[in-house]
Design a protein around this ligand. Structure first.
Ligand SMILES: [Zn+2]
Ligand SMILES: [Zn+2]
Length: 352
């Protein structure tokens, strides 16, 4: 049955997530109607709920890490998708501008990432909606065997694959230190290991230390051990080839600069922090040590497709990165729990 109304979660002001309703627009020829199943709360969503990303605007019908099942399709979609297909969403993109043509869809020149693309009133992608209509090109197919909250990892995993392309890990050779064992830290750690890196994880919270160990990583307990000293011990005094900063914190930035090897190291600034953290760096040091400081966020079309493939073929295990599942009706509680101490909180959108 095709619904005429949708129910969705939305941020109305700092600290307030509400459930609202609106009419479902008509399905156009190049679109899919999807019964959405799960949408995980990303740090981007959480920081706006905290009031740290007010520039993104309210009301924000956010959420972008989601999955669902196709229940109707427009005539032009052809056999690319069938009803019953499990799908995960990508950011919207025009497909026409130079960046889109190059596959860089998160840099689309025509469609703003969290803009008012579906409504005059609401910002955002309506990730937390029980039903939604989008362009068919904004979906990737997912395996029906994956739980919905795991299929929702396409977007974060895509951004990790994008980071990996920039890091150019040398299989069997590079030691990669990941600072911060949250969801994004451990996703980076899993992929870096799959690419042949030796991965050491540095973390302060006991719970995250335990999860990291259960996933088989070498772990530094940063609240009782000195991470710089431990990395030097792990590497016979050489230092790390690569450091991935998966927390936005001044202390972590400074540790990264101290734990890298003498020449040709790379530091990936994977996480943004609000307010912005500091990084004190001597330009001569960048010059003489030949350091690569790498900034990254978002993904290109290739990254999304490859992330879907890795999840579908179970080449990464994200099962431990889901903290809790909470129904849409309790979205405020879901946001309260989506704090940095926890892994992904998954909002369940069709809990009937
Ligand atoms: Zn995200
Ligand atoms: Zn574009």
């Amino acid at each position: 049955m095709i619904p005429n109304k949708i129910t969705f979660g939305c941020l109305t002001k700092k600290g307030a997530a509400e459930v609202r309703e609106r009419e479902l627009p008509e399905l156009k020829a190049d679109e899919l109607l999807v019964k959405q199943e799960a949408c995980n709360i990303c740090t981007t969503d959480y920081q706006q709920w905290q009031g740290l990303r007010e520039h993104q605007g309210y009301p924000m019908a956010g959420g972008h890490e989601c999955s669902g099942v196709v229940i109707a399709k427009g005539q032009e979609v052809g056999n690319a998708f069938e009803t019953g297909d499990r799908v995960s969403i990508l950011y919207d993109y025009c497909g026409i501008c130079d960046n889109c043509k190059a596959g860089e869809i998160t840099n689309c020149q025509n469609i703003e990432m969290f803009g008012k693309n579906y409504s005059d009133e609401y910002y955002g992608l309506f990730g937390f909606a029980n039903y939604f209509i989008r362009k068919a090109k904004s979906f990737v197919k997912m395996s029906p065997d994956l739980p919905p909250e795991e299929a929702a990892f396409v977007e974060p995993l895509g951004s990790v694959l994008h980071n990996m392309k920039k890091l150019r890990i040398r299989p069997g050779k590079d030691t990669v230190v990941v600072i911060g064992a949250g969801t994004m830290g451990l996703l980076n750690a899993e992929v870096a290991r799959a690419m042949g890196g030796r991965v050491i994880v540095s973390e302060m919270m006991d719970k995250k230390i335990d999860i990291s160990k259960s996933m088989g990583f070498e772990v530094i307990d940063a609240k009782t051990e000195n991470p710089v000293q431990r990395v030097m011990e792990f590497t016979n005094g050489q230092g790390a080839d690569i450091v991935i900063l998966a927390v936005g914190a001044t202390a972590a930035n400074n540790q990264a600069l101290e734990m890298i090897k003498k020449r040709d190291a790379k530091i990936s600034l994977f996480a943004a922090g609000y307010p912005a953290p500091q990084m004190t760096i001597d330009p001569n040091m960048i010059h003489y040590k030949k350091i690569e400081l790498i900034g990254t966020f978002g993904s290109d079309l290739d990254d999304y497709n490859n992330a879907a493939r890795m999840l579908n073929e179970k080449r990464v295990d994200v099962s431990k990165l889901v903290e809790e599942k909470i129904p849409l009706a309790r979205i405020q509680e879901a946001f309260e729990k989506a704090n940095p101490g926890n892994y992904r909180v998954s909002v369940i959108l069709n809990a009937d």
